[in-house]
Design a protein around this ligand. Structure first.
Ligand code: SF4
Length: 427
């Protein structure tokens, strides 16, 4: 039996990208992992389940096994015949594959979009309009004595965020760990994060903008005559006071802000509040990014085109068009005539009109596993799982780049290797 232990492996589940995972490998199989949360364990220990065993092409309504060469030729032919292709997904693969996908979009005149268009795109639009006072997870660990989770539930979606960075750990100026921090959860329901918080503020759905504005008014010295969003004027006063008195405050927000009524205006109001608070103390605001490299998907597209999502190359140069060239829109309006989906499952997540169009047009999926989208695809190309079976680079939710390790071998090529071959054939 050959046994090895790989240390400091980056977890490729959520945007925390915890880089302290210890993976024990026996005879080329992952036997156990240490330090990871339940989501991490599930990903590493089940990486070999539900795998796409061979390249496939749909013939007479059935996906049949073909050679890799045949599958890649078919992908190249689909892209060459297409007048308005869409390239989508990209948040669960590495930076190298994101760069090559952008190159493929450029040479095929495609629209390219990533999953942020259906999660934190309002955050991006807000930051594009007024900037933001962000910081790294390490700064929060070392300095923050007041942490808000606003419309986010890390105990469920980012389980080690509280234990590694924002609630429990002792830091340079937070030596007492949990005792040195006050945690406030603002949400429409009592989540598991709300249960562990020191204070839970239950806000009425769709009233975040009003609450941010009311706290700002209080900070500026206005007396509130009535509450907002089900929160009394006294509570709003207390919140404003607690924020002012913090030595270092942080707001971590999630889809409760970005995907509820108000969207980017909610985030804009939150950023404006944080700007006002910096007249009194140090305060920061950071999004809770979901997929492990969704931040990278935005960054890579921005390096290469100037824009983070919803970019179209049909005129030979990048055109930015959220709402116009984003995946939900080009699919629901039936504008694209072919799609390449990379490391994503839009058939499970996008509106039914978008999924229906995916089923109607030639769709290619590059993915290690079967999912709802592989079943409606015309070509399925199996790939190695980024960060477990192939190495690469990822961006953590706070923009810190980390190197992904390969911990076990795979029979499949990485996303980058497959994309390089497709680009070669299309050229
Ligand atoms: S918190 Fe996220 S990155 Fe960290 S171990 Fe859990 S799933 Fe992985």
């Amino acid at each position: 039996m050959i046994m090895s232990v790989r240390n400091d492996v980056v977890c490729t589940w959520c945007g925390c990208c915890c880089d302290d995972i210890e993976v024990r490998v026996e005879d080329g199989n992952i036997q156990s992992i240490e330090n990871g949360c339940r989501l991490s364990k599930s990903k590493f220990l089940n990486h070999d389940r539900d795998r796409v065993d061979s390249p496939k092409i749909k013939r007479s309504g059935e996906l049949v096994n073909v050679s890799m060469e045949e599958a890649l030729e078919e992908v190249a032919d689909i892209l060459k015949d297409s007048e308005f292709p869409l390239i989508y997904g990209l948040s669960s693969t590495d930076v190298e594959a994101q760069r090559l996908s952008t190159e493929l979009a450029e040479i095929t005149g495609a629209s390219i979009d990533n999953t942020s268009s259906v999660c934190h795109s309002p955050t991006i639009f807000a930051i594009q309009s007024i900037g933001a006072q962000e910081c790294t997870l390490g700064e929060v660990k070392n300095r923050a004595d007041l942490v808000f989770f606003w419309g986010s539930n890390p105990m469920s979606a980012h389980p080690r965020h509280p234990t590694r960075y924002s609630v429990m750990p002792a830091g340079l100026h937070t030596e007492g760990g949990r005792e040195d921090r006050k945690i406030i959860s603002v949400d429409v329901r009592e989540t598991t994060t709300a249960k562990m918080a020191d204070r839970f503020i239950q806000i009425e759905p769709g009233k975040d903008y009003e609450l941010f504005s009311a706290i700002r008014a209080t900070l500026k010295g206005y007396d509130l005559k009535e509450g907002v969003g089900g929160i009394s004027p006294e509570t709003i006063e207390e919140l404003a006071q607690e924020m002012k008195e913090a030595k270092f405050g942080a707001i971590y927000f999630g889809l409760g802000l970005t995907m509820s009524t108000g969207k980017h205006m909610n985030v804009t109001a939150a950023i404006q509040l944080v700007k006002d608070l910096n007249d009194h103390t140090k305060f920061v605001i950071n999004p809770m990014r979901g997929h492990f490299n969704v931040a990278g998907a935005n960054k890579v597209l921005t390096w290469l085109t100037g824009y983070p999502l919803g970019v179209n190359f049909s005129r030979g140069y990048p055109i930015y068009g959220p709402g116009e060239f984003t995946a939900v829109d080009v699919l629901s309006r039936k504008e694209c005539d072919a799609a390449v989906v990379i490391a994503s499952d839009p058939a499970s997540h996008l509106p039914s009109a978008a999924s229906e169009h995916l089923a109607d047009i030639p769709t290619v999926v590059l993915d290690p596993k079967f999912n709802a989208t592989t079943y409606l695809a015309d070509v399925v190309v199996p790939t190695a799982m980024a960060g477990i079976e192939s190495e690469g680079t990822t961006y953590r939710m706070d923009g810190v780049p980390l190197r992904l390790k390969k911990v076990v071998d795979s029979d499949q090529m990485s996303d980058s290797e497959v994309l390089e071959k497709i680009i070669e054939k299309v050229r």
